[in-house]
Design a protein. Sequence first.
Length: 444
Amino acid sequence: MSLLTLGLNHKTAPVDIRERLTFGPDVIVGALRSLTDHTAATEGVILSTCNRTEVYCALEPQASTAQIRDWLGRFHGVDPQLIAPHLYLYQDREAIQHLLKVASGLDSMVLGEPQILGQVKQAFQTACDSGAPGRLLGRLFQHCFSVAKQVRTDTAIGSSPVSVAFAAVSLARQIFSDLSSQTALLIGAGETIELAARHLHQHGIGRIVVANRTVERAHLVASQFDGYAIALTELVNHLPEADIVVSSTASPLPVLGKGAVERALKIRKHRPMFMVDIAVPRDIEPEVGDLNDVYLYTVDDLQGVVDEGMRSRHQAAAQALEIIDLHTDEFMAWLRSLDAVTLIQDYRRRAESVRDETVARALKQLAAGKPAEDVVCQLAHTLTNKILHTPSVRLRHAGREGQSELLEAANRLFALGQNIGDTTPDTTCCPDEVATRAAAGGAR
């Protein structure tokens, strides 16, 4: 059994190709069933996000990987040759390592972003609900969740700000150590404001107020984070409530002037205000920064924080890769151990069969009145002879043929500690002596 990862992402394929290969919630269950029913994949998990589509499979030995690629194209009605240049394919160790990197945020567009781990968990849960993963992928994905958690715990991969919104919230937490009693006023309702609201909400902000020219749009953002929406015309009335102000609109002129902030500070009795102007051109008049009790930052001020955050994350990524390499080797060791499982099971079944047969014969002898001591001795001799017979024959043949590697392997397997080059007979464990003793026992 081998592992395979086939996929494409924001680094290998343009958005129009990625869009054509997305698995929506309405088709993914059927896709998993199709994958395991009509290809060489015995197990499957599909991860599909806006930035990547990946198929994780367990394959039978010597299975064709091209079959999975062709299936991916056919399922979406796309010529497999069209998508082939955009695909990457990893097997076994590389497939394991890739999944660990993905779940840890090392393969994301924003290095170290945490959302991908939740998406991987959801993909695995969906596959489990469909019965698509088996022992192999089940073990692999549980392993990857544990490793991703360790990466988050043991490195700073997700702690440094790498977006302007994240940097703004990080600075706010430095000024207000506890955000739970603070009110944030967010001006605008675009992607940056929504991201800032998300970060503030995750860090326990007390209240969120979203002001926008279109109240409906403000409400869409505010409702996600237990906040409330106001019109931009109401901004001045709510400004005294705000401990934190983050502004990002498309207005060509400032939406917040020095006079409005001065009046708000008087009402606040000069409690400090932290203000971040992310807009270009500016939303907040530069003179606001001259006021006492106001901490005003612009997008240029935050860029240095973002750049430093990226450097920090790249350093943490190097540490994360060391953790991932270690746990990739650990999983590969478990995977290799599966090769021995069937062999061990067959060997045990054979030994148990010999045991059952020998015990049944001994019980008959006891029932017939044969002395217990004689029965026990014969049982021991018979078991020893039958269990050692085949290995002894093979070892003698290996010795005659000069198969020193097999002899050395047996030496290690049975922990005998013998010098293979020493031809002096060892009468304490000579196979012929064992056979002779067993024969003598059987002749009683």
